[in-house]
Design a protein around this ligand. Structure first.
Ligand code: NAD
Length: 499
């Protein structure tokens, strides 16, 4: 059995707690590795080491820091296949999906190559007599990133890359479910020229997280995961005086207007609803067709498409649509929610509750499901399912449809399918949700914009990646400078004036 490690001061380092958690291969259900779970003392030691490394890195000029990012881009391309394989083996997603996960992380590293430009301060010449004003952006010191299982490359990179580019040291606490790729990325950063100690990886659970939240050296905390934990981490980190940005769960609606291209909308729902087994915070989990006729036609188009989806392990080739969910607990939770939908009166029009894959009976596979006639009081509507389950809520009017999305407690992403510019524009302006797609099902902004939800999908104010990330991982210092002048009118120098 493979024993995984932490990554401390530039080297894979064994845990000393004697406590381990199981890392599964979700396709087979087998335990494939043991992950050391750090004690608070181990975690605090790692923070101290990160603090030792930070001053020299923070004083390194931004162009040199950017060169580490440039080298990292090359190394990730070199190791892409190896990284994708390790990612799929622990997460279960297909290889093209794993490469997408890595690619979206890579794009943020590319953005960080602009650090010298992005960290430039502002300058006001002659703000008063002989007085100049200027600002500079300085690193926070040591920051912590606590990350979820569903994008084990992208999520850590969205935080680690800008944090490092700004001159911080980072302590990353990856998900216990799929920690291998974060460890490999940490090793690659050192190969790219990052001084040892600036990027530490500590594996653990609540104990390690709480130690990070209470450690006085940690100046900033970034969290991505489920909403109850995001809320908890935000309160504890900010109560301890830290800067925090905590991103939570989602329930993303797609409004389908009667004038939409329904084939396009149905095709889009295949990837957006079922891709990565629905384990994406930007997955569409609710379709809201407007009008009975739109609903009937949409359902008619969805059923054959869903029946064609190929659910299989990532090793079965690139035409697999999605693989297993991450754990046996996740599978049981999803199936229980599906049962609750049936009990509460929704119509399960594609029912795969007895799905099983020959040769992989112990894997955590869940077949695709489609519900019709879902209503807002049902658990399948209120809760984030995070599985391959699409719910349809029929709305009579556009107002009713937009109202549903606006009243939901989550506000990560949403989409509208329509041919009408007026409706689309009204939707984009009025909706109280952070990321909006117009005939685009998963509107994940590119690296040079920012990513973040509203309502219970985000706690804090600065988003992930783009300009916000450089603001989050640096702080402004403003200098007001006055130099006594010895220059008299006419250019003659008056040394007396300098006394
Ligand atoms: P999770 O909340 O279970 O775990 C996230 C992290 O928190 C892990 O590192 C875990 O070890 C730690 N953790 C778990 N319980 C804790 C506790 N009681 N105290 C302290 N730390 C704890 O989330 P997950 O299942 O890994 O990820 C899926 C969730 O992440 C979904 O809700 C999804 O929507 C969300 N997500 C959100 C975004 C976003 O940008 N909004 C992006 C990706 C995923």
């Amino acid at each position: 059995m493979q024993e995984l490690t932490h990554f401390i001061d530039g080297a894979m380092t064994k845990g000393t707690s004697g406590r381990f958690s199981d890392v599964f291969n979700p396709a087979t259900g087998e335990v494939q590795a043991k992950l050391p779970i750090a004690t608070p003392a181990e975690t605090n030691d790692v923070v101290e080491r990160a603090a030792k490394a930070q001053p020299a890195w923070g004083a390194t000029n931004p162009q040199k820091r950017a060169r580490v990012m440039m080298a990292m881009v090359g190394l990730m391309h070199r190791d892409m296949d190896k990284l994708a394989e390790a990612l799929s083996r622990e997460h279960g997603k297909t290889i093209p999906d794993a490469k997408g996960d890595l690619q979206r992380g890579l794009e943020v590293i590319e953005y960080c190559i602009g650090a010298p430009q992005l960290l430039k301060g502002e300058y006001t010449d002659s703000a008063g007599p002989g007085i100049d004003l200027y600002s500079m952006r300085q690193p926070l010191g040591v920051v912590a990133a606590i990350m979820p299982f569903n994008f084990p490359a992208m999520m850590p990179l969205w935080h680690v890359a800008p944090a490092l580019a700004c001159g911080n040291s980072v302590v990353l606490k990856p998900s216990e479910r799929d920690p291998s790729v974060p460890l490999m990325l940490a090793e690659l950063f050192v190969e790219a020229g990052l001084p040892a100690g600036c990027f530490q990886v500590v594996n653990g659970d609540k104990e390690a997280v709480d130690a990070l939240l209470d450690n006085e050296t940690i100046a900033g905390v970034s969290f991505v995961g489920s909403t109850p934990i995001a809320q908890y981490i935000y309160s504890r980190a900010t109560a301890n005086g830290k800067r925090a940005q905590c991103f939570g769960g989602a329930k993303n609606h797609m409004i389908v207007m009667p004038d939409a291209d329904l084939d396009q909308a149905a095709d889009a729902l295949m990837g957006a609803g079922f891709g990565a087994a629905g384990e994406r915070c930007m997955a569409i989990s609710v379709a809201v067709p407007v009008g009975e006729e739109t609903a009937d036609r949409l359902i008619e188009k969805l059923i054959p498409r869903i029946e064609k989806l190929r659910v299989a392990p990532y090793t079965d080739g690139d035409d697999v649509d999605f693989g297993p969910v991450v754990t046996a607990e996740a599978k049981a939770r999803i199936l229980k929610l599906i049962d609750s939908g049936v009990e509460q009166g929704a119509k399960l029009v594609v029912d795969n509750r007895d799905f099983s894959l020959q040769g992989y009976e112990n894997g955590f596979f869940v077949g695709p499901h489609l519900f019709d006639h879902v209503t807002p009081d049902m658990d399948i509507y209120k809760q984030e399912i995070f599985g391959p389950v699409l719910s349809t809520v029929r709305a009579k009017t556009y107002e009713e449809a937009i109202g549903l999305a606006m009243d939901h407690e989550y506000g990560n992403g949403t989409a509208i399918y329509t041919r009408d510019g007026d409706t689309a524009r009204d939707f984009a302006h009025r909706i109280n949700i952070g990321m909006v797609g117009i005939n685009v099902p998963i509107p994940v902004p590119l690296a040079y914009h920012t990513f973040g939800g509203w309502k219970k999908s985000m706690f804090g104010d600065l988003n992930q990646h783009g300009p916000d990330s450089f603001k989050f991982y640096s702080r402004t210092k403003t200098v007001t400078a006055r130099w006594p002048s010895g220059i008299k009118e006419g250019g003659e120098f008056n040394f007396k004036a300098m006394d």
